[in-house]
Design a binder for this molecule. Sequence first.
Ligand code: XIL
Length: 339
Amino acid sequence: MSVSLREAVNGRFLIGAAVKSTQIADPALGSFIAHQFDTITAENDFKPARVQPRAGEFDFSVVDQFVDFAQANRLQLVGHTLLWHNQTPAFLFADDTGKPLPRDTGLQNLQHHIHSVAGHVRGRVLGWDVVNEAIDDSAPYLRDTVALRSIGDDYLEHAFRFAHEADPNAQLYYNDYSIESDSKLPKTLRLLKELKSAGAPIHGVGIQGHWTVSDTGVPERLDRAIRAFSQLGLKVMITELDIDVLPRNVKDRDAKSDPYVNGLPDAIAQAQADLYAAIFAVVLKHPGVVERVTFWCLHDGVSWLDNWPIRGRTNHPLLWDRNLSPKPAFDAVLHALRS
Ligand code: XIL
């Protein structure tokens, strides 16, 4: 088999990918995953809507497939996610009319969900993204979610406590996007400090890392954020790494919003490779602090960015193309890991 990221990283941190249940069920893809990576994250299958589709009714059938696959292939498993404003059933925090539930009921539902899910995989996951994307992009602090309206500002701290009760040895993370940016870093540091001073059992912070190829300021901002998080005594992970090559501010799919249906021009593939290399160079500057880098999806043909922010485009954000052939970005990451 071809050279692997896992061998090139060689234990300095963990390298992973978000994968789909159909991929781990496919023998060829399954061995590709096991060859390349140390850890996997379920792209969707641990999310609240998947595991608790109806109030009080849990479905762990796919979760168990992930646990079995990880064990059979000596992979570590990361849980994503216990609490988010998306892909989460409304009944957890709102009544039938959409009105937020009273605090006690919201807290009980949060506790029951987290105890059930994290308890089910207790001892079998390395860690959990306990809360996902709680910081607002433009408002001064927290995102206005139905969980917050029901429970109050301290809902995050309770989520961490419930997760720790359910699986005392699991690492617990706060996970969010753009938290290395000028606008979100200060709010993130405030949240992390508040969680720590409230005694919440938090081990680390996940920087999602959904970056775009034109954003050459990423490495510098990433470096600054890693330092700031580590000064709080927290570990850092890049949890959802990909580098978008398409315009994001688009409404319709047309030749302008979807320009690379026939392939990625060499110059852009090279710019993407350079940015990936620079990101990994920053990661290597922080041994013992950055504990994991996880790519969000396996190859360009199955990336969520083919369907976001609009459906059906041909994006090229990852290290392997649609035929699972390594791109210039793959070679650049290997080179960065070896130098
Ligand atoms: C995405 C999945 O990749 C898609 O398949 C799904 O339709 C929507 O969610 N931030 C996150 C991830 O934390 O859970 C999201 O995953 C991508 C953005």
